[in-house]
Ligand binder design. Structure first.
Ligand code: FAD
Length: 455
């Protein structure tokens, strides 16, 4: 049962959250728990009434940062125990169809969880019904904002009416193409950059087996790394798989006939054809266009004590570290801690959030770009396997001293920028160690040669 914290002696803030996606819906719960009035405005219709996932990925990898946030609002156990499918490692598919496993965490055996986007979003919205201080308005599109005045204009997409509303605080959780952020861009000193990568993605599906089970081993994130491009598959609750092909747009464009598509799959992903089904592969591939992937960096995230952006609105990242939602959920956790620290003083909360969060969101953006290369290419290389083995060994030996990069990002709440610094430090240590070993081996070799030569 949802509980509001005891904040009876504090002023109840009137907050509008724009966007009832994953992050906006979660933020509404955090604020409701603090006893504030929350109005949640969403452009689209109620996701709980929409049978299919709308655009974006159908399922997502939930890891520690996201789990911590769900725990705070009382939903972690349900998501992990009742819904999420644990994925213990990457299962790599070679072109000959054979596979091998690279565990995410060979020592402490932690998993990431495949969760349904619609399911999680619906659950968050459903939970908000438990709070009398949350109001939900669907089919409301933000079309204009005066952030300094705290006033917003929405278009009701079902009736074409416009409405004006005001609030003490506006939180923009309206995604990568945020209208709130657009309004912020009019402020002086607002820095913004966005990057579309040359690769797009297209989703396919492996159905459940005839007996209703999974057609591939379920507890893995399956990857078909092919250098310049890759395909991945995450398990769904109904024992189907969401398969995502990431590839340069130019390559997608070349696959313009059924014959070319099938020849391409025969060459690079032959084992996936009987799983997806030839007919279904052709139908699904040509049914939609590949979607673009964009990364957004901007700062500051706030306007005075009136407006803030969080989630993809503040820091859309490419999906290759599985951290976009997790980072957005972490925004909500950190914001909640600042509400606690500054006793609801909005000017201080927003300022500190802006000043402290950007370095970490920029870091996860860079890490996500790097991880695409690791997933589609480096995982198959001996140098990657050697480094992973070294990391796993030292982590096993000294678990508190040596946390590998993937573990720090995925299985800890270490600030993302520190994860990078930690990795750079490890690189330096290993480099020194290997050069000492190398010099030692050279000296040893020279001594052995000399002894042999003179004896
Ligand atoms: C292919 C792919 C795979 C991914 N995999 C993962 C993963 O495994 N793990 C992970 O952590 N992340 C993953 N992500 C990232 C994740 O999807 C996003 O980070 C997450 O959805 C961000 O949530 P959000 O609520 O900030 O934004 P969104 O999910 O985009 O929600 C924004 C909401 O705002 C609404 N809105 C937009 N404009 C307006 C407006 N003008 N007025 C009112 N409402 C508006 C939208 O309708 C939407 O409901 C993936 C992304 C992609 C594309």
């Amino acid at each position: 049962m949802a509980m509001q914290n005891g904040h009876s002696n504090k002023k109840q803030l009137d907050v509008i959250v724009v966007g009832a996606g994953l992050v906006g819906s979660l933020e509404a719960l955090y604020l409701a728990k603090r006893g504030h009035r929350v109005r949640l405005y969403e452009f689209r219709e109620d996701i709980r009434k929409t049978p299919q996932a709308r655009g974006r990925s159908i399922n997502l990898a939930l890891s520690v940062r996201g789990r911590r946030a769900l725990k705070d609002v009382g939903l972690e156990t349900h998501m992990i125990k009742e819904h999420g499918i644990p994925m213990t490692g990457r299962r790599i598919h070679r072109t000959d169809g054979s596979t091998y496993v690279i565990p995410y965490d060979a020592n402490t055996k932690q998993s990431i969880y495949s969760v349904g986007r619609n399911y999680l979003n619906g659950l968050l919205l459903q939970e908000s019904e438990q709070y009398g201080n949350v109001e939900r308005y669907f089919n409301h599109k933000l079309i204009e904002a005066n952030l300094k005045k705290g006033s917003l204009t929405f278009l009701k997409t079902d009736t074409n009416e416009t409405i004006n509303v005001t609030a003490d605080l506006i939180i923009g959780a309206d995604g990568a193409f945020s209208a709130v952020r657009k309004a912020m861009m009019k402020q002086p000193f607002f820095d913004f950059s966005q990057k579309y990568i040359e690769h797009g993605y297209l989703e396919l599906c492996i159905p459940p087996a005839d007996n209703g089970g999974f057609l591939m081993p379920a507890n893995y994130l399956h990857i078909w790394p092919r250098g310049e491009f890759m395909m991945i598959a995450l398990p769904n609750q109904d024992c189907s798989w969401t398969v995502t092909l990431f590839m340069p747009f130019a390559k997608f464009k070349n696959l313009d006939t059924e014959e070319k598509l099938l020849a391409f799959f025969e060459k690079y992903f032959p084992d996936s054809i009987p799983l997806i089904g030839k007919q279904k592969l052709v139908e699904d591939f040509f049914a939609v266009k590949p979607s673009p992937l964009v990364a957004v960096k901007c700062r500051p995230y706030h306007v005075e004590d009136k407006a803030l952006i969080i989630g993809d609105a503040a820091h859309a990242v490419v999906p290759f570290y599985g951290q976009g939602m997790n980072a957005g959920f972490e925004d909500c956790t950190l914001l909640d801690q600042l509400f606690q620290k500054h006793h609801d003083n909005l000017a201080e909360i927003l300022q500190e959030f802006s000043e402290t969060r950007w370095e970490d969101t920029f870091a996860i953006s860079d890490l996500a770009m790097y991880n695409y290369i690791e997933m589609r290419d480096l995982v198959t290389r001996p140098s990657y396997k050697f480094r992973k083995a070294m990391d796993d060994f030292i982590f096993w030996l000294l678990p508190n001293f040596w946390v590998p990069l993937y573990n720090s990002v995925t299985f800890s709440t270490m600030p993302y920028s520190l994860c990078i610094k930690n990795r750079e430090w490890q690189d330096r240590v290993l480099k020194k160690f290997l050069s000492i070993v190398g010099i030692g081996a050279l000296i040893g070799g020279a001594v052995a040669f000399k002894i042999k030569y003179y004896s």
